[in-house]
Design a protein around this ligand. Structure first.
Ligand SMILES: Cc1ncc(COP(=O)(O)O)c(C=O)c1O
Length: 491
């Protein structure tokens, strides 16, 4: 029996005001997207009126279809202007060493990276079993691209102190079947910029394309540099960089659903297109993965860029950098914690000292105090850490963080680490993912307070502690099972 008060398709339609009120009620259960206390998922400049402008621009073009640029020249024009803006910011355009740069607007960083891999793969039809080389710190979207496109993924370790790969290791990982080398500027997890110049050089020497994943920080690094922060060369100005991606829905502060993928020249981009005329309908020519795509995100991004302008982004980056320094100082000044890396972009990543608190308990204690941070599990010899994506909205709040952090550390120390039953710990450490049965997962989920139908426990430390003990393949399996328990139709 469907609960008519919540059904997406009620017997009779519901008035507009009521529908909006219902959505607001649902939204009240979300983490706060505004207010500078959520350090992941959202990018908030806290500029008055910007949300309304972007929403109006979105509505203006929501029903326009990017499927056919000749039918909707407005979209083509805005897309080309977004590409030009991104290219200018990232070392391309007239009077640069990348005067022929071209690009596409995609739905997000993952799509940009999948397309970078697809383009590199399809440029080498002579290679039967293509491979890509990425640092271990590269975003998981490269693994997704490799998986979707049946390309082998060769990962190069990162130095445990600098958290960067060595170009010599990248060079050693390149094989005759390698179609792409990638690196990050900066990496999501730790916010460090890879040695792009050296990596692009070894890729070029091997005749392989080099993609710079600047999805996260590509819109802030140029402004940080203008503010005097040391930023190593990372963009199209670097010889050997053949493509670069930057997400407008991150630090360009556009609503979600928009990223830009740039190629140094049209020839490099050519294999990105998919064309199909061998059916009775319209000839399909797609530069990106989607065919029909809404003009909403493109128009909203265009409005956001034009409204904020270059000066606006410089000022927002100045505020963000001030917040980064305040937060980093708070970490440095808190007994039991240390920075995983000195901030060189807009990430603050902290970890515990040897006698420090349990980080997963700390994350819960921070949440109790209204700060929503992102726990990162231990990986390949790197300890667990806590990630903070810092945006301009954090600036007015940053000074309040230090006291709450110290308080949270005291509380986490007093609580101590989560005590997993030893048999559960042993099971998580040794269980083969294939041996995970539905019953076992349901039992684990219930034991951890993860209920079917969307229930999540207030405290996530037990879940994170369990996952931290498990090897990556088991983490994946467990989380797929947990998430699929949550994703059930609401009858
Ligand atoms: C460096 C980097 N690359 C790629 C992505 C994937 O972007 P999206 O979540 O928009 O698909 C992210 C997301 O955080 C990122 O930080």
């Amino acid at each position: 029996m469907i609960d008519e008060s919540r059904a997406a398709l009620p017997n009779e339609g519901v008035p507009a005001e009521q529908v909006l009120a219902e959505i607001r009620e649902l939204r009240a259960t979300d983490r706060p997207t505004h207010g500078g206390r959520l350090f992941a998922y959202v990018y908030d400049p806290a500029v008055p009126g910007l949300d309304a402008l972007a929403a109006a621009a979105y509505a203006e073009s929501a029903h326009v279809n990017g499927l056919d640029p000749t039918a909707f020249p407005s979209l083509l024009a805005m897309e080309n202007m977004l590409v030009a803006a991104a290219a200018r910011l990232l070392g391309g355009g007239p009077d640069t060493s990348a005067p022929d740069v071209v690009g596409s607007v995609t739905s997000g960083g993952t799509e940009s990276l999948i397309l970078a891999v697809k383009t590199a793969r399809d440029a080498r039809p002579d290679i039967a079993a293509p491979r890509i080389v990425v640092p271990a710190s590269a975003h998981a979207a490269f693994a997704k691209a490799a998986h979707y496109l049946r390309v082998a993924l060769d990962t190069v370790p990162v130095d445990p102190t600098t958290l960067r790969p060595a170009a010599a290791d990248v060079a050693a990982a390149i094989r005759p079947e390698t179609v792409l080398v990638a690196c990050s500027a900066p990496s999501y997890a730790h916010g460090v910029v890879d040695p792009v110049e050296q990596i692009a050089e070894v890729a070029a020497a091997a005749g392989v394309r080099c993609h710079v994943d600047a999805c996260f920080g590509g819109w802030t690094l140029p402004y940080l540099r203008r503010l005097g922060v040391p930023v190593p060369p990372f963009d199209l100005a670097v010889p050997g960089v053949t493509s670069i991606s930057v997400d407008l829905h991150k630090y360009a502060y556009a609503p979600k659903g928009v990223s830009v993928l740039l190629h140094r020249d049209p020839q490099l981009r050519a294999p990105q297109y998919f064309a199909y005329a061998d059916w009775p309908g319209y000839t399909m020519i797609n530069p990106v993965i989607s065919s029909t795509r809404s003009g909403g995100p493109i128009a909203a991004a265009y409005a956001t860029l034009r409204h904020l302008g270059d000066d606006g982004y410089l000022e927002l980056t100045r505020q963000t950098w001030a917040a980064v320094r305040t937060l980093a100082d708070a970490v440095r000044g808190t007994d039991g914690l240390r920075l995983a890396a000195e901030p060189e972009s807009t990430v603050v990543c902290l970890t515990a000292t040897e006698d420090g608190p349990d980080l997963f308990v700390l994350v819960d204690e921070l949440a109790v105090r209204g700060w929503h941070t992102q726990p990162q599990l231990s990986y390949a010899g790197l300890p667990p850490s806590v990630h903070l994506t810092v945006t301009a909205a954090v600036a007015p709040r940053a000074a309040e963080f230090g006291d709450d952090l110290a308080d949270a550390v005291t509380a986490a120390r007093a609580a101590g680490p989560v005590g997993l039953p030893p048999e559960l710990r042993a099971l998580a450490g040794t269980l083969a993912p294939e041996a995970l049965t539905g019953d076992l997962v349901a039992g684990l989920a219930a034991g951890l307070g993860l209920g079917p139908g969307g229930g999540l426990p207030d405290r996530m430390a037990p879940v994170n502690t369990l996952l931290d003990v498990a090897p990556p393949a088991l983490r994946e399996r467990l989380l797929v099972e947990f998430v699929s328990l949550l994703q059930r139709p609401a009858w």
